[in-house]
Design a protein around this ligand. Structure first.
Ligand code: SF4
Length: 441
């Protein structure tokens, strides 16, 4: 079970999420969106009345078999709304475990990005159905590491290096990539245990293929004291299909860790200069390890979503914390901190006239993970009402192995035998991670 976030619902605070254009909704969700957009304001007291009309009948209909889940990064107070209806909020790995550990939950509705829903499906029992409130909610890091991008490159590496390779797949990957990790005898990792998993892989004297986040891979290598000159960054996947020529394969022959070149747009903007700007003014700075190496090395601490949340929850009154991670999370953390006189700011929320040591203005951040926030109140209301009526669109149902194009919503679903094989290998990579973590405790 997850612990409650500790966030309080305050009826008068406006919900922090701009409305999504009506034509971005799937057809069956449009009536719910139209009704939402016609509400006089976005205060919880108003939004509850709207949501209750759909969520309460669904809760009555499904009873204990319904499980609502949301990720910490969700904007629009979905985090609090989901908790209000008895759901759970957690990071991506804990979300997957919450579902698996509650076999009585048969209808699981997730408000977060697609790979998280798929991870839940990967570990779910056969009689647990997983639904995502908006299939267009994708993680941009994962969207640059689809199987059709990674597998051809892995084939080239395998042709040259064979069994020398082991894949470490960050949680932010599809089931197809987690399955690749399992097939190579590798493991999944999260941001809190990447150092344990990479250390385990190194002890096998293998070349580690770290997918997809180059920053987490590099930060982990640095944390373990590895020679960063022996990490090899693959070409940028956003520039088209990758072909590794002989010169590049020769360079890889000398490397210990091969980094897939994806990253999270939300975390990539942070820098060591930004961190120092705050430290020079007396703030303690904590960052997520999806941030670039210089930001992590300059910070007072770095760790997972769970680590950052607990740092705020356990901070002594009067502490001043600057956090470098997703914006909605920091906004929620700020509210949590206020309950205990802990001041929390976002790393990129610098004054407009702040400049770096070269005199250049710092990068600015948007409000957070925009794709995750495509799961808004009308999506939650519509999903639950359509499920209750037996009219939920199949595209919102998530099976392990599904590959979805989050822009066109075109889905590739594996035949049953291939899906079962994928589940076997992907679960093996998850179980390997659990074994590594348990052995380290
Ligand atoms: S914050 Fe970044 S890594 Fe996390 S889900 Fe959004 S795009 Fe992906």
């Amino acid at each position: 079970m997850t612990t409650p976030t500790g966030l309080l619902l305050q009826p008068d605070i406006p919900i922090c999420q701009s409305d999504i254009p009506l034509d971005w909704y799937q057809e069956p969700f449009k009536p719910y969106a139209e009704e939402y957009q016609a509400l006089p304001d976005r205060r919880p007291a108003t939004v509850f009345g709207y949501l209750d009309r759909y969520v309460t009948p669904a809760l009555d209909h499904f009873g204990d078999s319904l499980l609502l889940l949301a990720h910490y990064y969700m904007g629009g107070e979905i985090v609090k709304l989901v908790e209000r209806y008895g759901g759970s909020v957690a990071d991506s790995y804990k979300l997957a475990l919450v579902a698996r550990n509650q076999p009585e939950k048969k209808v699981i509705v997730e408000s977060a990005v697609h790979f998280m829903a798929e991870s839940i499906a990967l570990l779910a029992n056969d009689d647990q159905d997983v639904w995502i409130t908006n299939p267009k909610a994708g993680c941009t890091m994962e969207m640059m590491a689809k199987d059709y991008q990674v597998l051809p490159v892995f084939d080239q590496l395998e042709e040259r290096f064979g069994d020398e390779l082991v894949v470490v797949a960050y949680m932010n990957t599809s089931g197809r990539i987690k399955s690749l990790a399992g097939r190579t005898g590798g493991a999944v990792c999260t941001s809190s245990n990447a150092h344990l998993v990479v250390d385990w892989a190194r002890k096998q004297n293998k070349k580690i293929v770290f997918v997809p986040d180059q920053h987490l891979g590099r930060n982990t290598a640095a944390k373990l004291g590895m020679d960063l000159a022996r990490t090899h960054l693959l070409p940028d996947p956003s520039r088209g299909a990758i072909h590794l020529d002989k010169a590049e394969l020769d360079r890889i022959a000398d490397s210990e860790m091969i980094l897939w070149a994806s990253s999270c747009g939300v975390h990539t903007i942070f820098s060591g200069d930004m961190v120092r700007w705050w430290q020079e003014r007396g703030w303690t700075v904590l960052v997520h390890p999806e941030s670039p190496l210089d930001a992590v090395q300059a910070a007072d601490g770095a760790g997972s979503t769970d680590y950052l949340w607990k740092a705020v929850a356990n901070a002594a009154p009067g502490t001043r914390l600057v956090i470098g991670t997703e914006g909605h999370f920091v906004r929620n953390a700020r509210e949590l901190g206020k309950q205990n006189d802990v001041e929390v700011l976002h790393l990129a929320d610098l004054p407009h006239d702040a400049v770096d040591p070269t005199g250049k203005p710092f990068a600015t951040a948007g409000c957070g993970c925009a794709t995750m926030s495509r799961n808004d109140p009308p999506h939650l209301a519509g999903m639950l009402d359509l499920l209750r009526k037996g009219e939920a669109p199949d595209i919102n149902r998530v099976l392990a192995g599904d590959s979805i194009d989050e822009i066109t919503m075109r889905r590739d679903r594996l035949p049953e035998d291939e899906r079962q094989e994928l589940i076997t290998f992907a679960r093996a990579s998850l179980e390997q991670m659990i074994a590594i973590v348990e052995a380290a405790e």
